[in-house]
Design a protein around this ligand. Structure first.
Ligand SMILES: Cc1cc2nc3c(=O)[nH]c(=O)nc-3n(C[C@H](O)[C@H](O)[C@H](O)COP(=O)(O)OP(=O)(O)OC[C@H]3O[C@@H](n4cnc5c(N)ncnc54)[C@H](O)[C@@H]3O)c2cc1C
Length: 364
């Protein structure tokens, strides 16, 4: 919280804390942001308490076992599964330290697309796959950075424009497709490209009409390819960080099932009081508890700050309130379906090492 000025800096050890405080720093939220922050502070000798409303750590990182809970259980990541950028990325470094394989698909990897006619011909599938990925990850990003689009221009306005690279080479493909007596007539390839392009709202987390073209590509602060963590193992990164927080050497504590309702700063004493209520089965229970600390770091998601925010006393500075109000966010959910047998043709290419098939359901 930027407006909370610590007495000096963050105290360097527990001896520096006034005796009646519960912690040097209270961290709100035990997602990866909160745990990474807390782990770093604990390593520097601070006494830290992490307060989390759910009955588990990890927040939007959520690895689970699905199917029969025996040795046939399949582990899946219902939250994050990709590591974006390989270089100078602390998450990638942690996966390597923990022995978690991150899988990369090669650009030449096979692309299979099934539509109402069954499996789409290889040429068309590869062309569509290339066009979609090139349009989103290269062409639109270069365009955004080179052309300074208006703030109101959406990503959709570029991706679905008549001359978009999404449709490159598709007229020939459409022709070839339509000359194939075994293939059905429309929807044609341009239409299918559009449908596949729409599926990228799963990547952006919002409809492409709601994503600003102007900033597309600026969100990255890592470089290198995106890879997928071995299915169901993302939580090991979270567990590792939680382990650092609560390890014997440090002075950290993670308190689950405690919803933060109020954060109050007493400026004369320079102490922050964080009030929580117990949570059971997702519902707040009666009773409350106060924690006292010199500093609070808030890692609660934007959606919570917009719709169910703890009360901040004094109120957050106008600049922060404006930022919270004016930023948007999307909704992203995953559905995992387990089959007894892989009915789709499995890849024989060693370059495609992803150990779970990812499907995109597209409205066709
Ligand atoms: C389905 C899905 C797929 C995704 N895929 C990817 C991906 O492949 N790669 C990628 O990099 N990112 C992905 N993301 C985004 C990524 O998961 C998040 O950016 C990241 O996990 C956010 O971490 P965080 O700690 O900032 O927030 P969160 O994980 O949301 O943690 C915040 C914590 O605060 C807690 N909390 C909320 N309110 C209170 C309160 N009042 N009191 C106490 N605690 C509270 C919450 O329970 C939560 O545990 C995906 C997200 C989703 C939903």
């Amino acid at each position: 919280m930027g407006h909370l000025q610590p007495r000096t800096a963050v105290p360097s050890s527990k001896e520096d804390s006034p005796p009646n405080l519960d912690a040097d720093v209270i961290v709100l939220g035990a997602g990866i942001s909160g745990l990474a922050t807390a782990a770093e502070l604990v390593k520097q000798g601070n006494k830290v308490i992490v307060l989390e409303a759910r009955d588990r750590t990890g927040g939007r990182i959520d690895s689970r076992a699905i199917g029969p809970q025996d040795d046939k259980a399949v582990r899946v990541d219902m939250g994050a599964s990709f590591v974006h950028g390989k270089y100078d990325n602390p998450i990638y470094d942690l996966t390597q330290e923990l022995g978690i394989t991150v899988h990369y698909t090669s650009p030449e990897g096979e692309i299979r697309i099934l539509d109402a006619d069954g499996q789409m011909g290889e040429d068309l599938a590869n062309r569509l796959g290339f066009n979609v990925s090139h349009t989103f990850f290269d062409a639109s990003r270069s365009f955004a950075q080179d052309h300074d689009p208006a703030p109101t221009d959406s990503l959709a306005s570029y991706v679905f424009a008549k001359n978009s690279p999404l449709f490159d080479g598709l007229d020939q493909e459409t022709e070839r497709h339509e000359n194939d007596p075994a293939a059905s007539k429309p929807p044609n390839a341009r239409w299918k490209a559009k449908a596949l392009g729409r599926s990228f709202s799963g990547w952006t987390g919002a409809d492409l009409e709601d994503v600003a073209l102007r900033w597309w590509g600026f969100e990255r602060d890592t470089i290198g390819p995106d890879g997928m963590v071995t299915s169901g193992r993302y939580h090991e990164v979270v567990d590792h960080l939680a382990g650092v927080v609560t390890s014997d050497v440090g002075q950290g504590e993670i308190r689950l099932q405690e919803r933060v309702n109020r954060v109050r700063w007493n400026s004369s004493e320079d102490v922050v009081t964080v009030s929580t209520s117990p949570v059971d089965g997702g519902h707040s229970q009666t009773g409350s508890r106060d924690y006292l600390a010199s500093n609070v770091i808030c890692t609660l998601p934007l959606g919570v700050l917009q719709r169910q925010s703890p009360v901040f006393e004094p109120r957050l500075p106008p600049r922060k309130q404006r930022a919270i109000r004016s930023l948007g966010y999307g909704l992203l959910s995953k559905i995992a379906i387990r089959y007894d047998k892989a009915w789709w043709k499995e890849s024989d290419k060693t370059s495609r090492q992803v150990d779970i098939s990812y499907w995109l359901l597209v409205h066709i």
